[in-house]
Design a binder for this molecule. Structure first.
Ligand SMILES: Cc1ncc(C[n+]2csc(CCOP(=O)(O)OP(=O)(O)O)c2C)c(N)n1
Length: 357
């Protein structure tokens, strides 16, 4: 049987992350990426500002006991918003617990997005409405969902790609490797967006991988891989859009940072310094795009105020929806888990009903 080899060199990411905007918002002269159109840049800005406000509102809701837990994506808005706006209407998103801003950007109702984190229901939204899979809490299971979905779409002759979000820590899970392997074999139209925010809770990257970069991990599976500045929303948008329309798999490693702790239940000061956080605040994705838009005359004080007001209104609507008391039915705990409820669960449901009666 003939043996063939993949052209390894072409699959390798570059040494430096791809970017379009420097830290101060000035454009990179010799970027191989195409700058998104002005209207896209303006929309990326609006969505990042609204997304950030949603994120701080959700964090505040944990303090009021309205949410059980919230994993903030503050600082990661360029990944959350840039990749989601790159999706075409028929593409699907497979997010994690960290990616609520991505869901809201895709159009999922914010209260429905937060239902899981509130503890109100297993899944608060209809995945088919906006083509968003369930937010996965088990690390990396969504990579398998995305590859299976993308492969099935291909078999059905549909022009649909899948975008799966995962963290640096999730790349250490077996599921990621199985997913990458079959994405490569099947040439499935799937984009793995690794948001490398430096830590898996308190475990730093240096303890996760000995590879030169996480993007290098695609090569062994025949998956072209790209390294991008994850705080540069224009670059994230450009790279993800190109990957989604490529018709095959791509691994995108986006270098970014989560400014807040892992969740509201975590104390990040125990494993990272304030200097490190300050250095990343200096690379803020929203400030960076604002500087560029302002220099191009695409953003002025009036527009900035209008976007800020929209974000405030959005946060107020989230508060209003989340301040309504939920009265979940304990019975529902057993519903929609199995097509046919197994005997032991029927028994447990009966015991619960008896106790509550
Ligand atoms: C299969 C599995 N193992 C362990 C955990 C516990 N856990 C929750 S979050 C987390 C760290 C994840 O880090 P990373 O993938 O980098 O994503 P981030 O939270 O930084 O976005 C771990 C180990 C889990 N949720 N699922």
């Amino acid at each position: 049987m003939a043996r063939t080899r993949a052209p390894e060199r072409t699959l390798l990411p570059g040494d430096e992350p791809l970017s379009l905007l420097r830290k101060d918002g000035s454009p990179v002269d010799d970027s191989p990426l195409a700058m998104p159109d002005d209207d896209v840049l303006v929309e990326l800005h609006r969505r990042m500002v609204v997304g950030r406000r949603f994120d701080t509102q959700a964090t505040a809701l944990t303090k009021q006991g309205r949410l059980a837990v919230y994993p903030s994506s503050r600082g990661q808005e360029a990944c959350e918003v840039g990749s989601v706006l790159a999706l075409r209407p028929d593409d699907w998103l497979f997010p994690t617990y960290r990616d609520s801003v991505a869901l809201v950007t895709r159009g999922v109702d914010p209260a429905e997005t937060l239902t899981l984190l509130q503890g109100g229901w297993h899944l608060g939204y209809d995945p088919y409405e906006h083509r968003v899979g369930p937010q996965c809490t088990p690390l990396a299971t969504n990579t398998l969902h995305a590859v299976g979905f993308a492969h099935a779409a291909r078999l059905k002759g549909e022009d649909t790609a899948a975008l799966v979000m995962l963290g640096d820590g999730a790349t250490s899970e077996g599921d990621t490797h199985e997913a990458l392997n079959f994405a490569g074999v099947w040439k499935a139209p799937v984009v793995f967006l690794v948001q490398n925010n430096g830590y898996a809770i308190s475990v730093p990257m240096s303890k996760q991988s000995a590879a030169p970069s996480l993007a290098h991990k695609g090569i062994g599976y025949g998956v072209p891989s790209v390294l991008v500045d994850g705080n540069d929303v224009a670059a994230v948008y450009a790279v993800v859009r190109e990957a989604l329309v490529s018709g095959g798999p791509t691994l995108v490693e986006a270098l970014t940072y989560r400014i807040e702790a892992h969740t509201n239940a975590d104390d990040a000061t125990r494993y990272r310094t304030s200097d490190e956080v300050a250095a990343w605040l200096d690379r803020d994705p929203v400030d960076r795009l604002e500087a560029y838009l302002t220099s191009r005359g695409l953003l002025d004080n009036e527009r900035r105020a209008a976007v800020a007001a929209e974000a405030e209104d959005f946060a107020a609507s989230v508060r209003a929806k989340m301040n309504a008391d939920v009265v979940p039915s304990p019975d529902e705990l057993f519903e929609h888990v199995y097509a046919t409820t197994p005997a032991h669960l029927r028994e447990q449901a009966a015991v619960l009903r008896e106790e509550l009666a």
